[in-house]
Design a protein around this ligand. Structure first.
Ligand code: ADP
Ligand code: GLC
Length: 486
């Protein structure tokens, strides 16, 4: 099969979160199963390319008020995957991918509409794929365009679109006037299509129009069909429940493995854990703290967003500060959370060590140097850091939601089975109780703690298994398309 991935971020070219890790790892895994794979990405300011060749000098993207002209760059072949970049500096040559700590860029609808249209137009020139695999709201216009303006284009008659929801909290909501500006027909503005409480909702359109929908864990695929987690789209998803499934993300162990991580102070493995103490000392040093490796270190690496459960940290900050631990936090995002953590470090400098930044090497050091990795998410479609932390022998303490629930198994002291600690209620009390239970085990029973660490290190979340599941979905989408074409 010839498969084209379309996404808004991918390591090593661009990243704000786990989507970039997925797009960096899944396409090569699909290619290794014998398929031809292409990835389309925007070229941002942060995208570093070595002498890219212009493959298409000009693609016309019509907007209501003017035509815009973008080009397509050949990003070369990496791990068996061909990369193309849509280049349009007025939209993408900016300091961030989607916006600043104060909010989204005002023209995100135009930016990603241009991207989607340019992908379809370039795919026609470069060779129409057998299937398009789109990710998150930034690419939602592709299934929408395929079912509307491009419906009669013979190039795409046999090209189904699989759409993956990485996060239903981000939907691409815009005022209705965006439709004429993007030259989309007004008849899309109905409840059964893109209309959503008076606004245009790109993600809703993708959910109704893609041939098949996946999300990134089994649990989340069920959760988003309920009012508690569906962000208003639960009904639309339920209506399509026969063509919705969850495929768990995996880990790229070439990047995230303490045996060969290029960013950490010492390498270690389940057979020889001695390097982990060195990583802890190095981590404490990075934060300007005394290198006391007896200290229990709780790490967090996260986008600062409401999704991640920082309200629970806020609720319990005073009580957390009384525990025998140090919280080491790396994150950036919403201004409110950045301010919260700045305040906590000032108030409790011995207890909260915070770096407000996006810093990949430091993220690796936190995974390796912490004893516990905390993810109290309000919701979590999959979550990658808990999967990474298990490989680093860093015990995850998580809220039992979405992919966190699917990947972390509660530790049982009797049988010594399990990989971490989980709590159900989204409350500060539940977080604190669970963290205290983990800390008690760490202090009172080092043998059990090591068994727990090793259980995590033995977990294998390999992309090849997930890639096989995706290929099954691709085949199903093609059958559905053939049946629909009659
Ligand atoms: P999400 O995609 O919701 O942000 P995931 O757990 O799936 O959550 O993935 C987050 C990814 O982004 C991980 O690879 C994590 O290490 C990385 N990350 C998040 N915030 C930062 C940061 N401030 N600095 C470096 N890496 C970060
Ligand atoms: C999203 C989710 C996260 C998931 C990632 C990759 O950003 O918030 O849980 O792991 O996408 O699928």
């Amino acid at each position: 099969m010839n498969i084209a991935f379309v996404a808004s971020e991918c390591i090593p070219f661009s990243k704000t979160g786990g989507l970039a890790d997925v797009i960096g790892a899944l396409p090569p895994a699909v290619a290794s199963l014998g398929h031809q794979v292409t990835v389309f990405l925007p070229r941002y300011k942060q995208t570093k390319l070595d002498n890219p060749r212009v493959v298409i000098p000009s693609i016309t993207v019509p907007f209501d008020d003017r035509y815009r002209f973008c080009s397509v760059l050949d990003g070369g072949v990496r791990s068996g995957v061909q990369f193309y970049f849509i280049d349009y500096p007025p939209f993408f040559d900016r300091d961030a991918l989607y916006g600043t700590p104060l909010g989204d860029y005002h023209d995100n609808a135009e930016r990603f509409a241009l991207f989607c249209r340019a992908v379809l137009e370039s795919a026609k020139i470069l060779g129409t794929p057998d299937l398009l695999h789109c990710h998150d709201w930034q690419t939602a216009l592709i299934p929408i365009l395929l079912k509307t303006l491009y419906e009669e284009d013979p190039a795409f008659a046999n090209t189904p679109c699989v759409f993956t929801i990485h996060n239903i909290g981000y939907q691409g909501l815009f005022p209705p006037e965006i439709l004429p500006l993007l030259m989309l027909p007004w008849d899309l503005f109905t409840m059964s299509k893109l209309e959503f409480y008076g606004k245009v909702n790109f993600l809703k359109g993708a959910i109704t129009m893609a041939d098949y929908i996946t999300t990134v864990s089994r649990k989340y695929s069920q959760e988003i069909q309920t009012a508690e987690y569906g962000f208003g789209l639960e009904g639309v998803l339920r209506a399509r429940s026969g063509t919705v499934s969850g495929i768990l993300n995996a880990a790229n162990y070439d990047e995230w493995d303490p045996e060969n991580d290029r960013f950490i102070a010492a390498h270690y493995s389940a057979a020889d854990l001695s390097g982990k103490a060195k990583c802890k000392a190095d981590l404490l040093k990075q934060f300007g703290l005394p290198e006391n490796t007896q200290q229990l270190v709780v790490g967090m690496v996260s986008r600062f967003a409401a999704q991640k459960g920082f309200d629970l940290i806020l609720q319990t900050a005073d009580r957390l500060a009384r525990q025998e631990l140090i919280m080491v936090v790396l994150g950036s995002g919403d201004r409110d959370y950045e301010d919260l953590f700045r305040k906590l470090t000032k108030q409790y400098p011995q207890k909260f060590a915070v770096k407000i930044a996006y810093d990949n090497p430091l993220a690796h050091k936190i995974e390796a140097g912490s004893d516990i990795f905390l993810m109290p998410s309000r919701y979590e479609p999959c979550g990658l850091n808990q999967i990474y932390s298990m490989r680093y022998g860093t015990v995850p303490v998580v809220r039992a939601t979405g992919g966190l629930d699917d990947t972390v198994e509660q530790f049982d002291r009797q049988t010594l089975k399990g990989t971490g600690f989980k709590f159900k209620e989204h409350t500060g009390e539940a977080l604190l109780d669970t963290l205290q239970a983990a800390m008690a085990l760490y202090r009172s029973d080092p043998k059990a703690w090591q068994a727990l660490m090793r259980n995590g290190m033995a977990q294998e979340y390999s992309w090849i298994n997930s890639a096989r599941e995706y290929v099954k979905v691709y085949e199903r989408a093609r059958q559905l398309r053939t049946a629909a074409n009659g």
